[in-house]
Design a protein around this ligand. Structure first.
Ligand SMILES: *[C@@H]1O[C@H](CO)[C@@H](O)[C@H](O)[C@H]1NC(C)=O
Ligand SMILES: *[C@@H]1O[C@H](CO)[C@@H](O)[C@H](O)[C@H]1NC(C)=O
Length: 776
């Protein structure tokens, strides 16, 4: 991700900027002018010339929409000035009201989220709350030194302000606890607080910017810049923020690391403002410039596709398999995008595009221009905008739009909402212990309409994606960072909420993006637990045999995973993670657990047993034991609980001594020796099959080619394997051999039967001969 900058020169020092729409900006400067910048037409006009004694300091537009409803009130903004006043100014530039507010300059003013209150901070060290119409309600705080910056908390029930080197979070409720902490080694100049991720930003004279959680715990501290940090601002969606300093503009990820650094000739950047759709940024500059920047070069990856936003209205699609490149053009600016389950969904400022192939997107109009989140399930996708949430089919049909009292679509984020084919889960903002569950098709509450209630506040939720809907499970992380699993369809009885993990990543990273993620094709869960990448192969085992849970986990310990990463995706066998420094890390998971899920779902217990025998991984046996028990499949369960005994039984029943010996060698992990034993005994097919069962594809093909037998068998199994994981053949040797060879499963099966009966016959001959020999 990068910013692209345009600079516009005009007049004297610009002190503040604010967007009216995503395409129109107001700026105020020391030459007393308020300018209107129209981006599409590149035109600038003077809105009004203010009185000569009015020097503007800060401006903030009255909120446009509240809880999805457009405000009835005419558009206006608050403008503060050096003479201790604030002014309510109409869009046309008329000063509707001027209020004496502070002694000395009014340094900051902010409307709360529903526009029912205004807060101002002054050089006089006072913080005051005003009604919508500018009547003084109360003086919230009174200090001995100037307060430079203020921000509202997400629920408008607390405020954040600067106090020298400290930051203060003060609830409006007089009896509630104030949090105050030393934040910087110099005076703090700017703060911001994001309503979606609940994170706080601060920047100061010590030339640093920092990210905090709302309890005042430090999440990130930048290194020292050359100049004080004079401005900073969260993008409204909470994904990125911008930092301004002398001749410097920086774009950062919410976790603090820097995507891009620009060195425009601007002087100090005094104020930064994002458009409501989080795509455009404007800065007020000391040398009279207004700078505009927009975010480009975002990437999306899925299987073999990499998509890049190259310009505001252009995306490039690269297929890494064959390096084919497609270019997608949009009529309007791209705001949000998502790529999963073979579909690309792009929301522009006016329309939604759905691509299945790159030539013919399906396009439909959007009501609201500010999509803040797109979530995808295999069957449909969810769009979230300031007004509500909507489920669409990939054919562009509106399926449903769940509604509930207290819905604040403007502050929902990916951790608080989850989508599967059949269910939508939403963390309730008004009671964070509660998870609201809706049926995707109808948008009505699920089942008996009872929502899920956990004993503690929930911070993150994720629905599993596979299996029948009446088996749908949800994973949740609570305030203690413990991980739980429960069922979402629980008609008539209280669901069991069972703990399956603990302390998912250090508690300092509560808000730092997704930390658990379900696989797209099997109910396998992946998360970061105690700085290890952990994969729960079969989390539901907690409901049948919790003793076995620990045995079904895969943990990967690596310094790659310890540096505060979050998980971006878990598609097929590939986990993609973002490290604390912003770099991407990939980790592969073996395909066996997913196969086992598939076998269990289709009651192919013989195949499941075979897989476990060959994969020789204790965790698979544990999964199978749980799956068999859950399906009341006692024969398989018995075998899975006693894998060793079973394996010996299986070995005893093999047709020949050589096969038995080979499998005994495999049992103790001596794969090469096992293969050699079979080859020596002339059991070529069996040697090839052992390699197929272990997914040693290259070796299987090598043997088949060398002995000129069963090349088609290897190709057939390989094809099945690739299909299962949605991959294409990339191996040159396999491509080469598959050209001339026809794959016919019936023929192959028959050939295998012949091989096995030959082995039996041969073994019988041997035993006949031995018995003859002994008789003689
Ligand atoms: C989800 O929907 C897709 C498309 O209709 C379907 O192919 C898939 O099997 C469904 N998955 C589940 C778990 O129901
Ligand atoms: C078994 O013995 C019979 C007769 O001795 C022979 O014809 C046959 O080829 C042998 N089979 C194998 C697989 O060696």
């Amino acid at each position: 991700v990068r910013t692209k900058i345009n600079i516009n020169t005009r007049g004297e020092l610009v002190s503040c900027v604010g967007w009216t729409t995503a395409d129109e900006l107001y700026s105020c400067s020391e030459d007393h002018q308020i300018l209107n910048w129209n981006l599409p037409t590149s035109e600038t006009s003077i809105v009004v010339k203010l009185p000569d004694d009015l020097y503007p300091v800060d401006l903030h537009w009255f909120p446009k929409t509240v809880g999805g409803k457009k405000q009835a009130q005419a558009e206006l903004f608050v403008l503060t000035s050096t003479d201790g006043k604030f002014h309510l100014v109409s869009k046309a530039g008329r000063i509707e009201k001027s209020v004496e507010a502070h002694k000395g300059a009014v340094l900051a003013a902010r409307w709360n989220y529903d526009g029912s209150a205004l807060i101002t901070a002054g050089e006089d060290g006072q913080i005051k709350i005003w009604s919508k119409s500018g009547m003084l309600r109360s003086t919230l705080a009174s200090h001995g030194s100037a307060v430079y910056s203020v921000a509202w908390g997400p629920d408008s029930d607390r405020i954040l302000y600067t106090l020298g080197r400290q930051l203060v979070v003060k609830p409006l409720q007089p009896s509630s606890k104030v949090i105050q902490w030393k934040a910087h080694d110099g005076v703090v100049l700017k703060v911001d607080w994001n309503s979606v991720n609940d994170l706080i930003l601060s920047g100061g004279q010590d030339c640093k910017y920092k990210v905090w959680d709302s309890y005042g715990r430090l999440l990130h501290s930048s290194s020292s810049h050359d100049y004080p940090v004079t401005s900073l601002s969260w993008a409204p969606d909470g994904e990125v923020f911008a930092v301004g300093s002398f001749n410097t503009l920086r774009l950062c990820d919410k976790t603090g690391w820097s995507y891009a650094l620009e060195k425009p000739n601007t002087g100090s950047v005094f104020s930064l403002a994002w458009s409501a759709d989080s795509t455009q940024l404007a800065g007020a500059c000391g040398n009279g410039h207004v700078i505009f920047a927009h975010v480009v070069e975002q990437h999306w990856e899925w299987k073999n596709f990499i998509i890049t936003l190259t310009k505001r209205r252009t995306m490039q699609v690269r297929n890494v398999m064959n390096d084919a490149v497609d270019v997608l053009e949009f009529r309007d600016r791209v705001i949000k995008s998502s790529l999963a389950y073979g579909h690309l969904v792009v929301a522009t400022s006016l329309q939604c595009y759905v691509y299945k192939n790159w030539n013919t997107p399906l396009i439909f109009d959007l009501k609201e221009g500010t999509v803040s989140l797109i979530l995808q399930a295999e069957k449909h996708f969810l769009l979230l905008d300031g007004a509500g949430l909507y489920i669409f089919s990939y054919e562009g049909r509106l399926i449903s739009s769940p509604k509930f009292p207290g819905l604040r679509a403007d502050i929902l984020n990916a951790q608080g909402i989850s989508l599967s084919n059949d269910t939508i889960a939403i963390r309730d903002k008004s009671d964070e212990k509660v998870i609201l569950l809706f049926d995707t098709l109808t948008g009505k509450p699920c089942g008996d309409g009872k929502h899920l209630t956990h004993k503690l506040e929930v911070v993150e939720i994720a629905l599993d994606q596979s299996g029948p809907s009446n088996d749908r499970k949800i994973a949740l992380i609570d305030k203690n960072r413990d991980l739980y699993l429960t069922s979402v369809r629980h008609i008539g009885r209280e669901p069991k909420i069972c703990k399956i993990g603990k302390t998912l990543r250090g508690d300092l990273f509560v808000n730092h993006g997704v930390t658990i993620i379900w696989n797209d094709a099997a109910n396998i869960l992946c998360g970061i637990q105690d700085n290890q990448l952990t994969v729960w192969y079969y989390p539901s085992i907690i409901f049948t045999d919790k003793e076995l849970l620990q045995k079904t986990l895969l943990t990967k310990d690596s310094s790659d995973f310890s540096r505060a990463p979050h998980i971006l995706s878990f598609v097929g066998t590939l986990v993609t993670l973002r490290r604390g420094d912003g770099s991407l890390v990939y980790s592969n998971v073996l395909p066996y657990p997913a196969l086992l899920h598939e076998y269990s779902a289709s009651a192919r217990w013989e195949d499941a047993l075979r897989l476990c025998r060959f994969a020789k991984d204790q965790s698979l046996w544990a999964c199978l034991a749980g799956m068999a028990m859950a399906n009341r499949e006692l024969n398989t369960a018995e075998m899975a609980y006693l894998p060793r005994v079973q394996y010996i039984k299986f070995i005893k029943e093999l047709p020949s001594k050589e096969s038995s010996l080979a499998h005994m060698l495999m049992f103790s992990g001596q794969v090469q020796e096992a293969e050699a034993t079979l080859l020596q005994a002339g059991l070529i097919y069996q040697a090839i099959q052992v390699n197929i069962d272990l997914f040693n594809w290259e070796r299987a093909l090598e043997l088949a080619v060398k002995h000129k037998t069963h090349v088609d068998t290897v190709l057939a199994y390989r094809e099945k394997f690739l299909q299962r994981f949605g991959r294409m053949e990339m191996n040159k040797r396999f491509l080469q051999y598959s050209e001339g060879v026809e794959v016919n499963w019936e023929k192959i099966q028959a050939k295998i039967e012949v091989e096995l009966s030959k082995e039996r016959e041969k073994a019988a001959n041997v035993s006949v001969r031995t018995s003859l020999a002994t008789r003689r």
